[in-house]
Design a binder for this molecule. Structure first.
Ligand code: GLU
Length: 459
């Protein structure tokens, strides 16, 4: 299993093994044996499927593109997780992301296991017709292992509604007469998708931050004031203060998070910087996020890159280097781009005191330990960015019942689900020496181990 996740899963298992309240009926050698068994199950995926998709390009060339579907664990239900289209995709990365899906679903009690897919390509290098073919081939090659009760893909980096619509249609043609709506989630609304699915991850990311720093802190301020935990003091110090926010990534997650922050009346926020693959757009007085979203929708997804484009967008700001978003002097940094963005080489330049992980694994293990020791509060990926898979679950349910929820119902169910998880995790976090990430992992592993034990799978 890839480094950081593997290590924290192991640490969580060690913590649980020493916790006398966890399965007290298991003692001595049997207890040891059970944990060895658990480690073996969680540290390896159940299946790694790999294929080379043969595609004929519009210019007549024929290429074979490597593609993966990793099925990590299905203890809680069918495998679930996105399909990523990106040049840096590789087997280890997809496996690590599949593990995170297992933990994310267990943490939020979503009845799915963990899986992930990936295709090594840059979607910008292909025409629409070629991408359509790639999506169809992906389903053809992996159709035996996919399905509404087996493994349900969804969008991830480089894929969206369009790709899910194509893939579901191909699945339907390959398996006529079988249920197909639940075979893919993140589809367009006309095609059986859920209202609010596109916005769900970004909304959930912002919700996790707001709930922690506003709702929870307000409700528990007396208890927090009595806690010696350094993070309890950070949360109290930040309560009701004007906060500056920087957001790395302005795609499906970052732009929605920025918009939520811009319109949030409970916190005194100012989004001072947003970034994408080209630039950081910065204004210490706060950015006009709706104007930037409008610009991006007309510019194939890119933020303004020049004075001229800023004027065209009607936005007052300066243009900085793409990486500068990470090291600005802000209170809160949202990481909503790719993994490994904060690492050994830039970890000591981070000035934010709170980091929220909208992307999966955006901080390397080493940098995570360093920031934790420095007292930076990190709201981890599996807690913060689960909005996507939570609404994917609602989409899957709606597809089964062919009964659809209103947008407000979806957002209500989403926030209730995240609130439930946070109410379980936060009291532990503010009262013990573990980081928020470790607390989330321990909770997820606790859930998985209890079920595996009850099912008689630990021997
Ligand atoms: N790709 C998203 C994630 O990493 C969503 C997965 C899903 O909806 O299944 O959580």
């Amino acid at each position: 299993m890839a480094s950081q996740t593997g290590q924290i899963v192991q640490e969580s298992l060690n913590a649980l093994m020493q916790d006398e309240l966890f399965l007290p009926e298991l003692q001595g050698l049997t207890r040891k044996q059970m944990f060895t068994s658990l480690t073996a199950i969680l540290s390896t995926p159940n299946h790694i499927h790999k294929s080379f998709l043969r595609i004929s390009l519009e210019d007549g060339r024929v290429v074979r593109i490597p593609a993966f579907r990793v099925q990590h664990n299905d203890t809680l239900g069918p495998y679930k997780g996105g399909i990523r289209f990106h040049e840096s995709v590789n087997e280890d990365e997809v496996t690590n992301l599949a593990v995170l899906m297992t933990l994310k679903n267990a943490l939020h009690e979503v009845p799915f296991g963990g899986g992930k897919g990936g295709v090594i390509l840059n979607p910008r290098d292909f025409t629409e017709k070629e991408l359509h073919l790639i999506c169809k081939k992906y389903v053809q090659y992996f159709s035996d292992v996919l399905g509404p009760d087996k493994d349900i893909p969804a969008p991830d980096v480089g894929t969206g509604e369009r790709e899910m619509d194509w893939m579901m249609a191909e699945y339907k043609s390959i398996r006529p007469g079988t249920p197909y709506r639940g075979s893919f989630t993140g589809k367009s609304v006309v095609n059986g998708g859920s209202l609010g699915r596109r916005e769900a991850t970004g909304k959930g990311v912002y919700f996790s931050f707001r709930y922690l720093l506003h709702d929870f802190v307000h409700e528990h301020s007396r208890w927090l004031a009595g806690s010696k935990n350094v993070f309890a003091q950070t949360a109290l110090a930040y309560r009701d203060q004007p906060l500056t926010l920087a957001i790395q990534g302005f795609g499906n997650v970052g732009s929605v998070t920025a918009n939520e922050a811009y319109h949030c009346t409970q916190l005194n926020n100012k989004v001072v910087a947003v970034s994408d693959r080209n630039v950081t757009v910065f204004n210490p007085e706060g950015l006009d996020i709706p104007a930037l979203i409008d610009f991006v929708s007309k510019s194939a997804g890119d933020l303004p890159v020049s004075e001229e484009e800023l004027t065209k967008a009607g936005v007052k700001a300066s243009i900085l280097d793409r990486e500068e978003v990470l090291t600005l002097d802000v209170d809160v940094l949202f990481l909503a781009a790719l993994e490994d963005q904060i690492h050994d080489r830039n970890k000591d330049q981070i000035k934010a005191n709170i980091i929220v992980e909208g992307a999966n694994a955006p901080i390397t293990g080493e940098a995570d330990r360093y920031l934790n020791e420095k007292g930076v509060m990190i709201i981890p990926d599996i807690l913060a960015n689960a909005g996507g898979v939570i609404v994917s679950y609602l989409e899957w349910l709606q597809g089964r019942e062919t009964q659809f929820y209103s947008e407000n119902e979806v957002y209500h169910l989403l926030s209730e689900k995240m609130k439930g998880t946070m109410n379980t995790i936060l009291p532990q976090f503010f009262g013990d020496p573990y980081s928020l990430r470790q607390n989330c992992y321990i909770q997820a592993v606790l859930k998985l181990s209890t079920i595996l034990y009850r099912q008689g799978k630990l021997y």
